[in-house]
Structures are given as C-alpha cells and as structure tokens.
Ligand binder design. Structure first.
Ligand code: 4AD
Ligand code: MG
Length: 431
C-alpha cells in the first residue's frame, strides 16, 4: 500500500499515491461508479471508484461497504474543483476493516433525546466534529495565553473539604467516613499558590449540583482560573478583556472552516478586542428598569436580565461591583460602599450570558473570619484558607472562565450540551 496520508494535508500530495485510514461517512452509487465519502478525523475526502479501473474484489467491497464502516483506502490524489476541499481520490484499493451494522444516526433529523442517548456515536457527525475542534482550540488558547504571560499552572484538588461557591450546589461523597465535596472551583487553592508563584492559573473540571435545567448549566464543566498577587479589581478586568479577546482572535484565525460549517456569523466576533464596555451593577439595574424589566436592587441577574444587558453592546460587557449579598463570601468589599463587592462578571454578547465571574478577594484576616461566620460556613474546613491572611497577605484578584459557555458563544450554539463531549446534566449520566 501507498504511504499513509491525512486528509487535511492531501493538497500537498497532488498526483501521488496515498493511503488513508478512516470511516465511511456516506456513499453514492451510480452503477459502474461509486462515490465514497471518507473521513479520517482531519477531514473528509471523496473517493471515486470506477468499475473498469479496480479489481472485482475492490468494486464489490465498494458496493457492500456501509455507513461508518472502518476502511483503508488507497489511490491517487487529484485536484477536483467540485469536490469538498478541492481534492478527490481516484481509488485503487479498498480494505474494509470492520463492516458497520446499520448505523442508528442517519442523515434524517433525529430528536435531541435520541441523539443524547447516542452521544458516543453522535460525536462523529460533522457538526459535533467541528464543535470539538473549536473546543480544543479554545482550551489551547487559554493555556497558551497564560503560559506566555507569566502565569504558572498549578493543579488544584477535586476532592475538597469545603464549598467555594455556596453550599447549595455541592456534590457530596464519602471520604472514608468524612464528607468530601467535588470542587466547584479551584480558586481557594490558587490563592494559596500565588504566595509561592505570584501569578498562577488552574484548569480543570468543576462540579455543581445544579438542580434546574437550563441551556447554560452543566453539572460538570471545565473552568480556567487565573489568580494574581498584588492585583486589584481593575487589574482583574484588564486581564479578562485581554484574555477573552485572545481566545476569540485565535479561534477566528485557526478554526475558520469549523465556524463556517457551523454557519456562525463571525461579524461580531471580529470586533472583540479591548477595551470592553464596563458598567456598575447599579447602572445595570437602571438599564434593566429603563427597558421595562421589573428588577429588584440586590437580586442577582437571571438569564433574561443578562441578555437584556448585553443587548445594548456589541462586545462582551463587564459588569462590576455587585452587592456583596449576591456574591461569594470571599469578595473584597468596595471601600467606597460597604454593601458592594469588588466583583466582576463578563457577559457575552448575543444572549450567551455570563462567561466569567471573579474579582478582588478579601485580604484582611478578621474580615474574612467574619464573612465565613456570616455565610454559615464551617470554620475548621477554612482554617488553612484564613491562615493565608496571617502570613504575607496581599491584595489579590482573579476570575474563572467557563469553557463550555465560551464555546457555546463562539460557535453560536443554542444549548450548552453540545460544547462538551459527554455532558453531565440533570437526569443525564449516560453515556
Ligand atoms: O461565577 P463562578 O461561579 O465563579 C467561580 O467559581 C469563581 N470561584 C471563579 C474565580 O474567581 N476563580 O463561575 C465562573 C464561570 C461562570 O462565569 C461560567 O462561565 C462558568 O464558570 N459556570 C458554569 N458553566 C457551566 N455550567 C455551570 N453550572 C456553571 N457554573 C459556572
Ligand atoms: Mg458567577
């Protein structure tokens, strides 16, 4: 057999004999002529099988091969303007590695429940393939950005003794007679690491027992969280806008084909660059009321509120200084207004909602103790965290960006379930 090639790079192998290992995506039968659409993970290519040019065995194999069979094909690469990707393969040999049984996912429309039950197969469809490629690009961009800007990766634990983001969404598990909780965020541990490394980030799966079904919530999602010593809310907001802009720019540059396949209108994405518009929570409340929404000062924004706020802007929006009562225990109070916190959320445009939450952390020992008490959190489990305020406490800040919300926004997806290979949602643990 000829040399192994990958579909994404056949353009450089025009006129050459190559071997491609993949799966049959689709097939058209024209009597003496068969068109096989073969994909190999890097792309899709059409292979043309002409009865007079191949052995009878090969032609028979082309006749019987079924959708999603694993196949090894060899042939000559030819430029063909009408073919998707501009190239096709004049097939010489076809080996069926495994003849697939009738495939449950056909080109006809399937319901979401059916597709979710077959998620292990659904991942192969062109649309899911494109989303997975964008997701990988987003994750790479996150890592590259922090690695290249002086942040050190620090891995934080998944089994933890205490809640970071409120006790109502904890997943509890038995830890040899003790209670352990799956991490809702790595933040508290990142706060410990900054006194060693200055600027750090953690990146891992996070867990929230969200009891409501929405288009934006998963029970298991991935979060990337930078944390910086000697940094205030302003530094945090500047980092957020630089970081988000970098991610969007990188995906636009490197994943054009995928965004096109997803039919994403990229006009607004092209405009994502610093600075982002910034409004305070108070201004946000005024905006909502001016739009006729009945919003109580002191409440947290719901999805419709976030959509209404973001509507006024083309770029992502930074909303800062939320009332302390809607935020976690660790938020530094605003020195100008004790009822506000030095917090910030980044709301994506086009109704995609909050993609970032963060802010400045409490640096003072006594105040932190007081807050832990006020929030009814178990003091012992947080002792180590409070300890950080006794040995070289500094002003510090950071945030968390949700990968799936970001992918949903960049890809323009209706629902977050498509942004992660195997989504964990309310009443959905299979496959
Ligand atoms: O706003 P959150 O809860 O912030 C934190 O966890 C902080 N400890 C982060 C930090 O400052 N280091 O979550 C951060 C982001 C949200 O903006 C959202 O993008 C995502 O995580 N997120 C979810 N994504 C999917 N499903 C869920 N249930 C999510 N909950 C939060
Ligand atoms: Mg939040």
């Amino acid at each position: 057999m000829a040399q192994r090639a990958y579909i994404e790079s056949v353009a450089q192998q025009q006129g050459e004999q190559v071997t491609i290992k993949g799966w049959l995506h689709n097939k058209t039968d024209k009597g003496k002529l068969h068109f096989l659409l073969v994909r190999d993970g890097t792309g899709t290519i059409q292979a043309v099988v002409f009865e007079d040019d191949v052995s009878p065995e090969t032609f028979q194999a082309a006749q019987k091969v079924t959708q999603e069979s694993s196949v090894i094909i060899s042939g000559t690469v030819r430029a063909e303007q009408r073919a998707p990707g501009g190239f096709e393969l004049t097939l010489g040999e076809l080996e069926i590695v495994q003849l697939a049984e009738p495939y449950p996912i056909t080109p006809k429309e399937h319901g979401v429940g059916f597709l979710m039950d077959h998620r292990h197969l659904w991942l192969r469809s062109p649309r899911q393939h494109a989303i997975l490629r964008v997701r990988a690009e987003v994750i790479k961009a996150c890592r590259d950005y922090f690695d290249d800007n002086g942040f050190v990766l620090v891995d934080t634990p998944i089994l933890t003794p205490a809640a970071c983001e409120g006790t109502s969404t904890l997943f509890e598990t038995d830890y040899f007679g003790e209670s352990a909780y799956l991490a809702q965020s790595g933040q508290l541990y990142s706060e410990a690491s900054i006194a060693s490394l200055g600027k750090v980030y953690c990146f891992g799966p996070t867990f929230r027992a969200e009891k409501s079904k929405t288009r934006r919530h998963l029970l298991e999602f991935w979060m990337v969280e930078p944390e910086m010593a000697y940094a205030d809310l302003e530094d945090c907001m500047c980092l957020a806008e630089e970081f988000v802009s970098y991610i969007v720019r990188t995906v636009l540059e490197n994943r054009k084909a995928q965004l096109k396949l997803l039919e994403r209108d990229t006009a607004l994405l092209e405009r994502v660059e610093p600075p982002f518009p910034r409004i305070t929570y108070d201004e946000a409340v005024d905006t909502l009321r001016s739009k006729g929404l009945d919003f109580q000062w002191g409440d947290d924004f719901g999805a419709p509120d976030e959509t209404a706020l973001a509507e006024a802007f083309e770029k992502p929006l930074l909303v800062h200084r939320y009332p302390s009562q809607v935020k976690a225990f660790y938020m530094e109070p605003d020195p100008e207004r004790a009822d506000l916190s030095l917090s910030v959320d980044c709301l994506a445009p086009e109704g995609y909602g909050e993609i970032i939450g963060g802010g400045q952390r409490i640096a003072d020992y006594d105040l932190l103790l007081q807050r832990i008490d006020q929030y009814n959190l178990p003091g012992e489990a947080f002792q180590w965290y409070v300890d950080l305020r006794r040995y070289g406490s500094t002003p510090h800040s950071g945030f968390g960006l949700g990968i799936e919300r970001t992918v949903a926004w960049i890809c323009g997806l209706e629902h977050i379930r498509e942004t992660i290979p195997f989504p964990r949602m309310l009443h959905r643990l299979y496959p």
